[in-house]
Design a protein around this ligand. Structure first.
Ligand SMILES: Cc1cc2nc3c(=O)[nH]c(=O)nc-3n(C[C@H](O)[C@H](O)[C@H](O)COP(=O)(O)OP(=O)(O)OC[C@H]3O[C@@H](n4cnc5c(N)ncnc54)[C@H](O)[C@@H]3O)c2cc1C
Length: 1067
């Protein structure tokens, strides 16, 4: 199916598949049996239904699961669950009603998927007319088999529908015998049902051939002596059947039918015209067939004497001037044919409507193969590779045509292709819009901001896909490129990207088949990237960097088209089957498009030059050697250390950041101003509404936008992620500046996937997780698809001392069993929270810091009981909340332990490294925002005859706040810098100092701002009260102040004084 067919659901294909028959056959007079040269005699062909005559439930399920975000394989697992005694098999034996089956099946699927599975919707799709449609190749084969006098049978494992009728969406007249499991009470592979079928056919097993897609069914048939064919795809199976039977099953001109009454054209006038055109040799009866599709531009096959032609005409009636422009098709094919591009040879354009009623053109009929399934089933990997290489080469040929030389330089507008295309398709989409699709909205904003610089203008095919190419039947050579209806002049990369759509679509995708669920390397098909690079190499051009833009646009365009189909179907202009599906498909396509926009966002920062050395002179450098000298004295050196050049110095203001990070910083600020601050009131409303325990859709939308801008996962420090595999590769110091900006809004850090406790957990997984643990948890966390929590604190013990915790982790069989009572577990109530990083004791008798272990606990594990959400000054921080929770006999697989038993304490320390100072960085942001709000407020309010700002105490408060903030910021930056250059351990003092300082500093600054605001400061009209609550809570949440004081004091006492007492004179 091509894009034009989506625009005009009824369209055409005029090429046909040549069948090369290798077997010989002879009709045995009167006996109705067929003998191949090999000697076997067949009298009947028996067909299974699903997977042979119509699509299999498994294939339908795969596509449905993708579209409905159901874990892949759920339906298949449920279908095979419990074998013969499972609900599917019982349903097929007619032992269950449809309602009973659906109920049980839904429960089973939901259990497997661990989420609710709307089985009804799958079942309606499976049984819909649109899906349950017989493969035309099979219809053709059946009629050929019967024409030769052989019997046909369908032997189906099927079921009854709720109306009591059996589900058999086939024309029963095609079969001599129909055997249905739900009516017989017996199912394949039970031998009884095969015997029943043979009995009704009146044949011996060896006289029949059985086709099925399931190995177990074939095995049972073979053991009875029936000859079998495994059906991987219908086309290949028919070929195999042909060679067994020894007569052709593909005949005539494929995809044609007798001309429909309403589409008839005056034969005599046409014949006369053709004879004039082709010369006197063209005599004889004129055979006219119509291609199956083609109500848009009706297309006909013509045989006249030894000429085989294709006629394509405009439809009758009044037409829009630009629509059905068959003249353009004729013009481009003629020009390209002259330039050596393989296209059907066009013969004549007849603009005289008096001949057949409308203008038309003629071309030579071109026999060859059209590969309708882009995964090329039944071919060798090397052949597949050759097919895709040929496709790539022919595209290069199209794009290399000299427009002027072939007279196509005015075939379309030159330049500005994408701005025009984005406008056009946005307009088309808006005209067909039926509801708001978030991904489309984001794309409509994103695409115009990321338009590529057009490098070249060439012919653009506009619908360049494998199934628009006609191949040589015996070699991988493109004989003709078809379907030029959407061609124009434009940016050639549009075609390259469009021809890679199939790489990203599932094989069962309705209308546009793909192969994303298959291993392309195994298939021999080049990956999209390889295909794109092959194109650049063939064209002799360097690869472009914004490839993802082109992919995003291609999917956006298809989504807009699908929306048009959907709208037409709602108004009755397209079939009802399309109506149901295309609406959903628009969502699916636009999500795919958005994924590419997001990838482009990542690519933005991945492609930026690496961090440059310092450009500011104001810095302090420190390194392990200079930091802790051999005598154990902490010292700071202002001298440059070559090895730390890359990490730079202490950059105290954003102006000193490297250009790359400065640019990121500026974009972040811009994003905050444009997208975050304006929606704070809305987010705050959500947080106090009854829906607050569900994530705000607005936040999800902002996350997508931030991802696409590359403002994502900025927190992961370069030392943890040196290859920048997971994050933006910022140093802690660089991130400190950015994190401060995020701290200015309570909602921002989640928008950029930089919020606690996920940041700490992600870093834990990056540092200590196995590859399996990373794949399972880190990837979805990095993608912002799930959230997580960290469970350490317990109500019954002083948890500021982590060695006190009592939760137990014991071994039982192959798993660990957790028992414990935790509280203040931030984020655990969030429905997106899928992972709990749990700390407990595996060895209570072991050395104090080796007793603890950390386990990754899936949140849906039975035994996790959230008792209640706790509040901070009455705020519940929904949707994540802070939960009190019991873990009762929670069984966790052994491989979920992090780093092995006894490493819990060590990991918790590591986890709290950078994560600890993130809060401090944010607290600087809170404080800056509070001070900014305070300044504005006191300038505008008057008390006792003058603005508040002129009152001395207010001035003093402002001054004190500025001093407090700057002092704390310097300490945050210093701690971050030391973590970068000397490591987290060496920075322990600075980490403890800033944790001691930042929350109470912020608490004081915010308190002053609240005071200056008057009562309004306590309300939720301003973020001050919320900031205040958080600053207060952070005097515990990251460990109580006193614990940090203890650390500072201990280190200080170990550090020799800078001035030796003995050296000072006595007073
Ligand atoms: C908003 C919020 C979110 C939180 N999120 C999480 C989370 O996600 N996961 C999690 O596991 N925990 C979380 N916590 C819990 C937090 O980590 C603990 O509250 C903290 O570690 C202190 O433990 P505790 O409450 O048991 O206090 P205790 O250990 O009982 O301490 C009580 C007080 O004793 C004093 N004290 C303790 N040690 C010393 C000392 N050495 N010297 C002098 N005085 C001392 C301090 O004044 C301290 O405040 C959160 C807490 C809050 C408020």
């Amino acid at each position: 199916m091509c894009i034009r067919r989506l625009l005009h659901p009824s369209s055409l294909h005029w090429a046909w598949r040549t069948t090369v028959l290798k077997g010989t056959w002879r009709r045995q007079q009167g006996t109705h049996c067929w003998k191949r040269s090999g000697g076997s005699t067949y009298r009947a062909v028996i067909f299974d239904m699903g997977g042979v005559l119509i699509p299999s439930p498994g294939t339908v399920a795969a596509g449905w699961e993708v579209q409905n975000h159901i874990p892949s394989g759920t339906i298949l697992k449920a279908l095979t669950k419990d074998g013969e005694n499972g609900p599917w098999m019982r349903f097929m034996r007619g032992e269950m009603t449809t309602e009973g089956f659906l109920e049980e099946f839904e429960r089973l699927c939901s259990e497997i998927a661990k989420t609710s599975v709307p089985v009804d919707s799958f079942f309606s799709l499976l049984t819909s007319e649109q899906v349950a449609k017989q493969f035309p190749v099979m219809t053709q084969a059946i009629s050929q088999i019967r024409a030769k006098g052989l019997q046909t049978a369908v032997l189906s494992n099927n079921f009854c529908l709720s109306n009591g009728k059996s589900f058999l969406p086939l024309d029963r007249k095609q079969f001599d015998v129909v055997v249905e499991s739900c009516l017989e009470g017996v199912c394949k592979p039970d031998p009884g049902i095969y015997q029943l079928c043979l009995e009704r056919l009146g044949l011996q097993p060896s006289e029949s051939i059985f086709l099925d897609d399931l190995g177990s069914n074939l095995k049972a048939a073979a053991s009875l002596g029936i000859h079998t064919i495994k059906v991987e795809d219908p086309e290949t199976a028919v070929k195999e059947l042909e060679s067994l039977l020894g007569f052709p099953l593909h005949v005539g001109v494929p995809n044609t039918h007798p001309v429909r009454k309403s589409m008839e054209i005056p034969k005599d006038a046409l014949e006369k015209y053709l004879k004039d055109l082709l010369g006197t040799g063209a005599t004889g009866p004129l055979e006219l067939l119509q291609f199956d599709h083609g109500q848009s531009n009706p297309t006909y096959f013509i045989r006249l004497a030894d000429h085989q032609l294709v006629l394509r005409k405009k439809p009758p009636g009044a037409l829009l001037p630009s629509a059905h422009a068959i003249e353009r098709e004729f013009r481009i094919m003629k020009a390209l044919g002259n330039a050596g591009v393989p296209v059907p040879t066009v013969l004549d354009l007849c603009e005289d409507s008096s001949i057949i009623g409308t203008p038309f053109y003629l071309m030579e009929y071109c026999p060859g193969i059209i590969y309708k399934d882009p995964s090329l089933p039944g071919l060798e990997p090397s052949w597949r590779q050759a097919v895709y290489t040929a496709m790539n080469q022919v595209l290069c040929k199209i794009h290399s045509v000299d427009l002027q030389a072939v007279g196509l330089d005015n075939y379309g507008k030159q330049g500005d292709y994408f701005p025009r295309q984005v406008r056009t398709w946005t307009k088309q989409y808006r005209a067909a819009e039926t509801s708001t699709i978030p991904a489309m909205e984001r794309l409509i904003q994103w695409l115009p901001l990321h338009l590529p610089q057009q490098q070249r203008t060439t012919v653009v095919h506009g619908d360049f896909r494998l199934d628009n190419l006609l191949f040589h039947p015996e070699k991988a050579e493109v004989l003709a490129v078809l379907d030029w209806e959407l061609s124009t002049l434009g940016d050639p990369f549009a075609d390259v990207a469009y021809s890679c759509l199939a790489h990203y679509l599932p094989s069962s995708f309705p209308m546009l088949r793909g192969f994303r669920d298959q291993d392309v390397t195994k298939l021999g098909i080049p990956t999209a990237e390889e295909y794109f690079r092959m194109y650049c190499l063939n064209m002799g051009i360097p690869p472009i960097e914004n490839w993802n833009f082109y992919m995003a646009f291609s999917f956006f365009r298809v989504a807009a088209i699908l929306q048009g189909v959907y709208k037409r179907s709602l108004t009755g202009q397209a079939s009802s089957a399309m109506a149901k599906e295309s609406g959903k498909l628009t969502w699916f396509m636009s999500d795919l498009a958005w994924d590419f926009a997001v990838k482009e966002g990542f690519h933005v920062f991945k492609e930026m030059p690496a961090t440059k050395p310092l450009i500011r002179s104001l810095h302090t450098r420190a390194g392990p050697q200079s930091f802790l000298n051999p005598t154990g004295v902490r010292s700071y050196s202002s001298a440059a250390e070559a090895s730390y050049e890359a990490k730079g110095g202490l950059i105290i203001s954003p102006e000193g950041l490297s250009p790359r990070v400065r640019e990121l910083y500026d974009r972040l600020r811009h994003f905050m101003e444009q997208h975050v601050y304006p929606v704070e009131p809305e987010l705050q409303r959500h947080q106090t509404s009854v829906e607050r325990w569900s994530p705000s859709p607005l936040i999800e939308d902002l996350k997508e936008k931030a991802k696409a801008e590359g403002l994502w996962n900025l927190f992961l420090p370069l030392e943890t992620d040196p290859e920048k595999k997971y994050g933006a590769g910022l140093t802690n110091l660089e991130y400190a500046h950015l994190c401060e900006v995020m701290g200015m809004s309570l909602y921002a850090s989640e928008v950029f996937n930089c919020s606690a406790p996920d940041t700490g957990n992600m870093e834990l997984l990056v540092r200590y997780g196995t590859e399996e643990q990373k794949a399972c948890w880190l990837v979805p966390l990095l993608e912002g698809k799930i959230r997580s929590c960290f469970a350490m604190t317990e109500p019954q013990v002083a948890s500021s001392d982590a060695s006190n915790i009592e939760a137990s982790i014991t071994e039982e069989g192959g798993s660990y069993v957790l028992n414990g009572h935790k509280w203040w577990i931030s984020g655990i109530l969030d429905p997106r929270c899928k992972l709990c990083v749990f700390m407990g004791k595996t060895d209570p008798q072991g050395p104090r810091h080796r007793q603890q272990s950390i386990l990754l606990v899936p949140m849906d594990t039975p035994g996790i009981k959230v008792i209640r959400p706790l509040t901070v000054y009455g705020l519940d921080d929904a949707p994540g909340g802070h939960g009190e929770v019991r873990f009762e006999h929670v069984h966790v697989p052994k491989e979920n332990i992090v780093l092995g038993p006894g490493h819990g304490f060590e990991i918790a320390q590591g986890r709290l490294g950078p994560g600890r100072i993130h809060h401090c960085m944010r607290l600087i942001g809170y404080s800056e925002r509070a001070l900014a709000l305070m300044k504005t407020r006191v300038k505008s309010r008057v008390a006792f005859g003058k603005p508040l700002v002129e009152h001395g105490t207010i001035l003093a408060d402002i001054a004190q706040s500025r001093v407090d903030i700057d002092q704390a910021r310097l300490l945050v930056l210093k701690a971050a810098h030391l973590m970068d250059v000397a490591g987290n351990k060496a920075a322990a003092l600075e980490i403890a100092m800033i944790k001691m300082v930042a929350p109470s500093m912020a608490y004081r600054v915010i308190d002053r701002a609240i005071q200056a605001f008057g009562a309004a400061g306590l309300s939720s009209d301003y973020p001050l009260a919320h900031f205040f609550a958080w600053a207060r809570a952070l005097r515990f949440a990251d460990g109580p102040d006193e614990v940090h004081q203890q650390t500072v004091a201990k280190i200080e006492l170990k550090t020799p004084a800078r001035l030796q007492e003995s050296a000072a004179p006595r007073l």
